[in-house]
Design a protein around this ligand. Structure first.
Ligand SMILES: [Zn+2]
Length: 143
């Protein structure tokens, strides 16, 4: 891949840190849903300051489920898992599966310290990275 490893790693580190900080400033750890009348729901904010909880107003069930599925605890778990993936794939020479210049999946492609492998690029995309998304070219990977 052609994205420079250092740039994307620094960008990704900042993006993960921001997401963690945002999750921590919510003030509640877990968010669950409760059934309201008919098909709507409300949120139950748990693990707040001093163990407090709070109930919100009614909202569409789909919105409530989405918020609960992305509560601060789950965001922090995801960020921690993403950091573990970066530890394995970011900023160090390693081998991992990648598409070659023909578009075929190679079971083993070597990436050097300065290169960002597809795992790092896909992680970055999940945080909003859009730069450097060019297809691989011949010579990018040594198998
Ligand atoms: Zn990798």
């Amino acid at each position: 891949m052609t994205a420079q490893g250092g740039d994307i790693l620094a960008w990704l580190e900042t993006a993960i840190t921001r997401r963690e900080e945002t999750a921590r400033t919510v003030g509640y750890g877990r968010i669950e849903t409760g059934e309201y009348l008919w098909v709507s729901r409300y949120l139950i904010l748990l693990d707040g300051p001093n163990g407090e909880s709070k109930v919100t107003t009614e909202m569409p069930a789909e919105l409530a489920e989405h918020i609960a599925a992305n509560d601060p605890e789950s965001v922090l778990r995801r960020c921690a898992a993403d950091r573990k993936l970066l530890e394995l794939h970011g900023g160090r020479g390693h081998g991992c599966p990648a598409y070659d210049y023909d578009g075929d999946l190679d079971e083993f492609a070597r990436f050097y310290n300065h290169e960002a492998c597809p795992v790092v690029q896909h992680l970055a995309e999940s945080y909003g990275w859009t730069a450097g998304q060019t297809p691989p070219t011949e010579g990018d990977q040594v198998t």
